[in-house]
Design a protein around this ligand. Structure first.
Ligand SMILES: Nc1cc(-c2ccc3cc[nH]c3c2)n[nH]1
Length: 238
């Protein structure tokens, strides 16, 4: 997968693209992420990317020209990207969307700043995406959240062990099961016996039951949604 990011603050992505699972996936060539400074697509001496809003009002708006120039330049060759715009009021990002986006060969993520992008930029956009009902100072952190959730789903990115994990839980949006590691008892708190039993079938069913129970308690709407879609097995429904 290739992702192109358009932003006026490219430096925000430096650590994100170097460290951890994502950093390894990029350095190993499993995925390609290119961050582009919108300012590099201006044509004036002062490299202006924003301007005052028509009709008045506070703040500045990202101009359409530099963004369109970047889009035209970056889509001259290769597959057309599926274009995302991060917005506070976009479609809510979730695991289902992450799975869908992970199947696209190429993505482009446009990051807003200031009061947002000129409305005409949205003619380039396939999906306006929100990571939650709160307003940030820009679209870069949402872009990193989306990239993190999407890129970890690309085959080979999580490595062999992790990819065998029961991701069918998180891929269905179920909450995770409790995790423990040594010591078996810590400050009087013991690890559940089943996890020490070495009985893999029992451990698997305990984990599934814990995940379903936690989801039912904290996010019952996820269970209802899976039921409606027929994505819960008979035994999971019991
Ligand atoms: N989910 C979410 C997205 C945003 C966001 C996205 C773009 C801009 C541009 C200026 N402020 C922004 C905030 N906040 N919260």
């Amino acid at each position: 997968m290739r992702i192109d990011v358009l932003t006026v603050l490219p430096g925000l992505f430096d650590c994100f693209l170097k460290e951890g699972v994502i950093g390894k996936a990029i350095s190993s060539g499993k995925v390609e992420v290119k961050v582009h400074n919108i300012r590099d697509f201006t044509t004036d001496k002062h490299r202006v990317v924003d301007d005052v809003p028509y009709g008045g009002g506070p703040g500045m708006v990202l101009k359409p020209e530099p963004i369109f120039r970047a889009y035209d330049e970056l889509t001259k060759e290769g597959e057309k990207p599926y274009v995302l715009l991060t917005e506070p009021w976009g479609e809510k990002f979730n695991q289902e969307m992450a799975v869908e986006l992970s199947k696209k060969p190429r993505l482009m993520i446009i990051c807003g700043r200031y009061e947002g992008v000129d409305e005409r930029v949205k003619s380039l956009v396939d999906r306006e995406v929100s990571i939650g009902d709160y307003v940030l100072t820009g679209g870069e952190l949402p872009a990193m959240v989306i990239m993190d959730a999407v890129l970890r789903l690309i085959p080979g990115v999580l490595g062999n062990l992790e990819s065998l994990r029961a991701d069918s839980f998180s891929d269905r949006g179920l909450l995770g099961y409790p995790n423990y590691t040594r010591p078996a008892e810590f400050r009087g708190m013991k690890v559940p016996e089943v996890l020490l039993s070495g009985h893999h079938k029992k451990i698997e069913s305990w984990r599934k039951e814990q995940s379903l129970r936690k989801t039912l308690e904290r996010r019952p709407e996820i269970i209802e949604n899976l039921k409606r879609k027929g994505l819960l097995t008979k035994e999971e429904l019991e």
